[in-house]
Write a protein that binds this ligand. Structure first.
Ligand code: ZN
Length: 108
């Protein structure tokens, strides 16, 4: 290697380093795009699963459960009627709650 080759070697090495770095930047950006796409798909799957749970009653032909005033979950179902239908007993089927609700039924 002669002295005259040295000045031309330095810029070539610098250009090579920039090209090498640019190649890695592109790879990292591409990888980040792929991760974002996978995470997006994951969120979509979770949202579809939540919708399927909400739709399960309707798909099975059941009418949707009522909202429990104690725990707030949609797990309240009619249990029985009393006083010749003047009072209805509704029970929350959330195992952590189990609230009973008595509803006065207006005469028709
Ligand atoms: Zn409840």
């Amino acid at each position: 290697m002669s002295q005259s080759d040295q000045p031309s070697d330095i810029p070539e090495t610098a250009v090579g380093a920039v090209k090498w770095a640019w190649k890695w930047v592109k790879r990292i950006v591409d990888l980040e795009r792929r991760i974002a796409a996978i995470e997006g798909t994951g969120n979509l799957d979770a949202r579809v699963a939540a919708l399927e749970v909400k739709m399960a009653d309707l798909l099975s032909g059941k009418s949707p459960a009522d909202v429990c005033r104690k725990c707030g979950n949609r797990t309240l179902r009619f249990e029985s009627s009393k006083q010749n239908g003047a009072v209805e007993v509704w029970v929350c089927h959330d195992p952590a709650c189990g609230s009973h609700e008595r509803r006065q039924v207006n005469p028709r």
